[in-house]
Design a protein around this ligand. Structure first.
Ligand SMILES: Cc1cc2nc3c(=O)[nH]c(=O)nc-3n(C[C@H](O)[C@H](O)[C@H](O)COP(=O)(O)OP(=O)(O)OC[C@H]3O[C@@H](n4cnc5c(N)ncnc54)[C@H](O)[C@@H]3O)c2cc1C
Length: 439
């Protein structure tokens, strides 16, 4: 990648990715491609590049946004790119590099295209300025990422003024539209992205009134939690955001403090950050099995969905990881798709189901393992916990339990266990449980 000049994404878009209104013939005369990838973020673009590297002929990436690159396009800050390019990059520069790499590999990228439905075949219905079109593929990779939970889904009461945004929407407004939506917002949440929101605010001279966290400590790990103090922003722990006030725009919020007191803060905006959910709306309408824990698709160790013509990678699997992680996952799943096209993946029929017991573990990915010697794309089980917890992570196979490792962890901390913890030819059900020491 060295020596690549960084061009504005819009310029790339004109040279490389094609807008949806130029769809005619984009998948060849019969609307067919070997692999269609939904989502031009780090996971989709790395998978596409890898597929071409593996010799797959026609690889098409579709994205509903006007410009390819995914979430990093919105995030005009570090750190991106270390794993992928051995360089510390800001989000937009990183996104451009991913697009350049995919185009150089011979991937076709089409923006302004929304996927409406996925059906057995695999067949996709897509819409764009050119209208509705049916596309046939040999395999489909779904890499639609994740989104933050909205105000409505968090049941925050009050009126419905403008000026209530997610971190992603804030960064889109600021970095893509050049809009500065408020001067003195409150920030709800303390995940890593919440600190990214603070940095965006600082960049614009916006001074948040407070950062509000219902839990007893910040969700993000320690270096981030010093940021509000450095910036002089009050960090209010064990505090609930009760209502948002205002007519056309936010005029204030009411909060409940740890001692039960209700207070009012003057504010002209609310940044509702974190609590990511997979962007799985198209899957929810499809025949593909969804996992009730992650909200994303059920996959095996190759990223293969319940319909083995469909694969998934990136934050759709498990919100939320870093861009480098999603990129790596896309690359590995892209490789698995190439193997699947060559008939080298084992039959999906004989898998062992991976389940969770108890309330401490929030999710596990992958949720199904197929016995095989073929190296996996997802080489470890990935977990998160739902609350601060300490104890033994145990695995039961058909009723026989063993301790895998001791854990002392907090929500949003990455927990990994190699797939090799399973017996070589597992059958039946594998159940993970975090047995807490203080219970
Ligand atoms: C505010 C914020 C700050 C962040 N900061 C960092 C950071 O500093 N460093 C870091 O490493 N990571 C950071 N991340 C995380 C990182 O951006 C993600 O991990 C990464 O983008 C995930 O890649 P992805 O390909 O899975 O999904 P995404 O990047 O979300 O890409 C998904 C793509 O799918 C498209 N799509 C979705 N549905 C459809 C559909 N139906 N039809 C067509 N297209 C569709 C979307 O338009 C999007 O382009 C940040 C995330 C956020 C939200």
């Amino acid at each position: 990648m060295s020596g690549l000049t960084e061009q504005p994404t819009e310029q790339l878009s004109a040279q490389g990715p094609t807008r949806g209104d130029e769809l005619s013939g984009m998948y060849g005369p019969e609307n067919k491609a070997d692999v269609v990838i939904i989502g031009a973020g780090p996971a989709g673009l790395s998978a596409a590049t890898e597929l071409r590297r593996c010799g797959v002929q026609s690889v098409v990436v579709l994205d509903r946004e006007p410009v390819a690159g995914g979430i990093p396009r919105h995030c005009d800050h570090y750190p991106y790119g270390l794993r992928e390019f051995s360089r510390l990059l800001r989000g937009p520069a990183y996104a451009r590099r991913l697009v350049v790499a995919a185009l150089a590999a011979g991937v076709r990228i089409h923006t302004g295209v929304s996927i409406q439905s996925l059906t057995i075949g695999p067949v996709l219905t897509v819409t764009s300025d050119a209208g509705v079109r049916v596309v046939h593929a040999r395999r489909v990779l779904i890499a639609t990422g994740a989104r933050e939970t909205s105000r409505a889904a968090r049941f925050i009461g009050g009126t419905k003024p403008g000026g209530v945004v997610s971190t992603g929407a804030l960064q889109g407004l600021v970095h893509l539209e050049g809009i500065n939506p408020f001067r003195a917002p409150v920030v709800l949440g303390t995940e890593l992205v919440s600190f990214s929101a603070l940095l965006t605010c600082r960049h614009l001279g916006i001074r948040p009134v407070a950062m509000i966290e219902p839990g007893a400590s910040t969700t993000a790990f320690w270096p981030a939690r010093w940021l509000p103090r450095i910036l002089g922003i009050p960090l209010l722990l064990k505090t609930e955001l009760l209502t948002i006030e205002g007519e056309s725009t936010v005029s204030g919020v009411t909060i409940r403090r740890p001692n039960g007191d209700i207070e009012r803060l003057n504010a002209d905006g609310v940044i509702v950050s974190g609590h990511f959910r997979p962007e799985s709306a198209i899957l929810a309408r499809s025949h593909i099995e969804l996992d009730r824990h992650t909200g994303g698709p059920v996959v095996d160790q190759f990223g293969r969905c319940s319909d083995p013509d469909f694969f998934a990678a990136g934050n759709l699997l498990r919100p939320v990881e870093t861009a480098g992680w999603s990129w790596q996952e896309g690359k590995a799943v892209g490789h698995a798709i190439a193997q699947s096209l060559q008939g080298k993946l084992p039959s999906p029929a004989t898998g062992i189901a991976v389940e969770l017991a108890g309330r401490s573990l929030k999710y596990v990915v992958p949720q199904r393992i197929v016995p095989t010697d073929v190296p996996p794309a997802l080489d470890s089980f990935q977990f998160r916990v739902s609350h601060k917890a300490q104890g033994r992570l145990c695995l039961s196979i058909n009723g026989t339990r063993k301790t895998v490792k001791s854990l002392s962890t907090v929500p949003e901390r990455r927990i990994r266990v190699p797939l090799t913890v399973l017996p070589r030819s597992p059958s039946g059900t594998a159940t993970f449980e975090l047995v807490e020491s203080d219970r």
